[in-house]
Design a protein around this ligand. Structure first.
Ligand code: ADP
Ligand code: MG
Length: 242
């Protein structure tokens, strides 16, 4: 079953057309990497997929929900789409566990005891089963980002979107976050990853997409995509990245 279907998405900010007709279908359990230069529209596309940005034209369906401007329908869609950003934005006055419990309790109306055990389960999934009571400032950047991933998982999304989640981390903390994402991939989570980590994309993503100037310039199964890029623009991009 297709979890994400985006057809011919267009989006402008003022006079600047940022997405010029982007189409993407992602099947359940698939991992898709999205790469491309700064300003090519990657973040805007992810934000359109969970309704953080409205599109000018085109169609989006996620987990069976049609994108809608109606608040109740938009809420239903967004519950099924987790998004993790470069900045983890944990509440500093709440423990790791409380940060994770917040949305399940407030948005889904789940009881506190159930939310607490789910938060513990999600913390274990990201390798932080023993840090429920830790406040964010007691945790490293990599650990905070893993809490942010656990926070998304606790909503039991049908698809997870990652926007350069390791870009703000020191290199020695990147690996632990990528390892969590790789484990989620093995467990069958459907994911779209915007990343600069080419080796990681090649290893973990079933498919990789190169965005350039608001369009999908080239895409393919990751192994082929990286070993034999077809367009000169992708060849130049990959050459500059390594
Ligand atoms: P990427 O994630 O690939 O670096 P973005 O999607 O963030 O690219 O941005 C694409 C273009 O859209 C950039 O030129 C950026 O300045 C512009 N842009 C993004 N968001 C906004 C916004 N809210 N208002 C105006 N321009 C924006
Ligand atoms: Mg971006």
């Amino acid at each position: 079953m297709s979890v994400v279907v985006a057809k011919n998405i267009r989006k402008s900010f003022g006079g600047l057309q940022v997405l010029k007709g982007v189409s993407l279908t992602v099947e359940g359990g698939e991992v898709v990497a999205l790469i491309g230069g700064s300003g090519s529209g990657k973040s805007t596309f992810l934000r359109c997929l969970n309704g953080l940005e409205s599109v000018d034209s085109g169609e989006i369906e996620v987990a069976g929900h049609r994108m809608s401007r109606k608040p109740a329908e938009l809420r239903r869609l967004r519950r099924d789409v987790g998004i993790v950003f470069q900045s983890y934005n944990l509440f500093p006055h709440l423990t790791a566990g409380e940060n994770i419990m917040l949305a399940p309790v407030q948005v889904k109306g789940i009881g506190k005891d159930a939310a607490r055990s789910e938060a513990k389960r999600c913390l274990s999934l990201v390798g932080l089963g023993d840090r429920f009571e830790a406040y964010p400032d007691m945790l490293s950047g990599g650990q905070q980002q893993r809490v942010a991933i656990a926070r998304s998982l606790a909503m039991q999304p049908k698809v997870l979107l990652f926007d350069e989640v390791t870009s703000a981390l020191d290199p020695e903390l990147t690996g632990e976050v990528l390892a969590v994402i790789e484990k989620l991939a093995r467990d069958g989570m459907t994911m779209i990853l915007v990343t600069h980590e080419m080796g990681f994309a090649r290893r973990v993503a079933n498919r990789t997409i190169f965005m350039r100037d608001g369009i999908i310039h080239e895409e393919g199964p990751s192994a082929e995509f990286f070993s034999s890029p077809k367009t000169p623009e992708l060849r130049a991009f990959l050459h500059a990245e390594v």
